[in-house]
Design a protein around this ligand. Structure first.
Ligand code: NAD
Ligand code: 44H
Length: 382
């Protein structure tokens, strides 16, 4: 009997099905998706496969097989059993959800390490610096002392950077439309089982900062300016020359910081910026400004795509006025269906924008960055 390699992936959404789960399936793994959405889980178990469609003129399609689903609310025991058999455990669930799934993962691991020395590799695939480290600390918070003593050499935690634009999908189907480009970078010095498309590096910092502060900063600029202008999609917004210029100016600021911090080659970095601007123009993706702008409290966090490059640029004596404009635009994102946007609007109404920058972004209310953002906020509001 052939033993199929097993992997467990938390979050059967866009990145889960359209990217990470698909790579594992292509690498010969059976993928058990874990999610709270019954509709997706039931479909995975009934249909046992789905299609990943490329957002190109030809719409090339790949069939993803060897997949099933579990609900982590109603099938805790089954999820723990899946964790006990897996080689990898990955997540693409949203950084804020990681603490919620940690207790069940910890229970699965506790039973596993009591039973076997087989190695388990855990990788959070989220747009956040050190996401796996964060997940690890929540998992460890749920271990007893005996389990903690059994982790070394058995369970490994690797940070990663994950890059593929996957827009919101038609909810009636498991199929996923994705852009052709992808990059998945994992930080480890261990010799780990091969997964097609996984790139291993010893130091993730330059990769995750380059990705977050180019792809995601650029994306955020387009989303928030597009939203203000009443645009629907990223490519539609970017066809406005003024927005395109603003994206370039902002990525020049993040680029100056990245080049200085990591000794990147200036020409190569400019090529990287240009390549990403081309990705944003993809007319087949139909990627909404409200998806890309989603969760602005997270995006205005001190370590995220707007604030960190601005504070780092300031520290390095570099320009940050275009980043300040992007932050100001984020403060104007008042999409009624976005809970975080609504919270920010309420805070602005009660205490003003400086208060948001202080409480959400950890900026001093009298700092130069805060003053510049507030000035640009008042300008944009006109
Ligand atoms: N979509 C992209 O273009 C993209 C690209 C790179 C990275 N990312 C990152 O990947 C992560 C996932 O993004 P996405 O676009 O796939 O989001 P998504 O909303 O499509 O998928 C998230 C999935 O998690 C599930 N979920 C939510 N709460 C849960 C819980 N408590 N337990 C189990 N499942 C739960 C949801 O039902 C959903 O299926 C985020 O961190 C995002 O920043 C997204
Ligand atoms: O997923 P978020 O909310 O952190 O950011 C929105 C988009 O910028 C993001 O999903 C990109 O599409 C993705 O990071 C591309 O790799």
């Amino acid at each position: 009997m052939m033993i199929v390699k097993q992997t467990v992936h938390f979050g059967a959404g866009n990145i889960g099905r359209g990217f990470i789960g698909a790579l594992f399936s292509k690498s010969g793994y059976h993928v058990t998706f874990v999610d709270i959405a019954d509709q997706i889980i039931n479909k995975l178990n009934q249909e046992k496969s789905y299609q990943v469609k490329l957002a190109t003129e030809q719409r090339e399609t790949v069939t993803i097989e060897n997949v099933s689903g579990l609900n982590n609310m109603s099938q805790e025991r089954e999820v723990m059993e899946a964790i006990k058999k897996a080689t990898y455990l990955t997540t693409a669930i949203g950084p804020d959800i990681l603490p919620r799934i940690a207790p069940l993962i910890a229970r699965g691991i506790a039973e596993r390490v009591a039973d076997t020395d087989e190695k388990l590799y855990i990788i959070a695939c989220e747009n956040q610096i050190g996401a796996t480290e964060i997940l690890k600390s929540h998992i460890f918070g749920n271990f007893d002392e005996e389990t903690k003593g059994k982790i070394e050499g058995r369970v490994y935690f690797f940070n990663s950077a994950v890059d593929r634009i996957v827009p919101i999908q038609d909810q009636d189907s498991l199929d996923v439309l994705v852009e052709p480009y992808y990059e998945w970078v994992v930080e480890t010095k261990e010799d780990i089982p091969t997964v097609e498309g996984m790139k291993i590096v010893e130091d993730l910092d330059p990769f995750i900062e380059r990705k977050l502060f180019t792809v995601n900063t650029g994306h955020a600029v387009i989303a928030y300016l597009g939203y203000i202008e009443g645009k629907e999609t990223i490519d539609q917004t970017l066809s406005d020359e003024e927005v395109a210029n603003q994206v370039r100016k902002t990525l020049k600021e993040t680029g100056s910081y990245l080049i200085k911090e990591y000794g990147l080659d200036e020409k190569e970095h400019l090529n990287y910026i240009n390549k990403n601007i081309e990705r944003f123009k993809n007319p087949f993706l139909n990627d909404g400004v409200t998806r890309v702008g989603r969760a602005p409290m997270r995006k205005l966090g001190p370590e995220d795509r707007l604030i960190r490059p601005a504070t780092q640029a300031q520290k390095a004596g570099l320009s940050y006025t275009n980043l300040a404009k992007a932050i100001a635009a984020a403060l104007l994102f008042d999409h009624p269906e976005d809970e975080e946007a609504m919270k920010i609007q309420q805070m602005i109404k009660e205490h003003g924008p400086g208060y948001v920058l202080n409480t959400v972004s950890n900026l001093d209310e009298n700092s130069e960055i805060t003053k510049e953002v507030v000035r640009q906020y008042e300008e944009l509001k006109k």
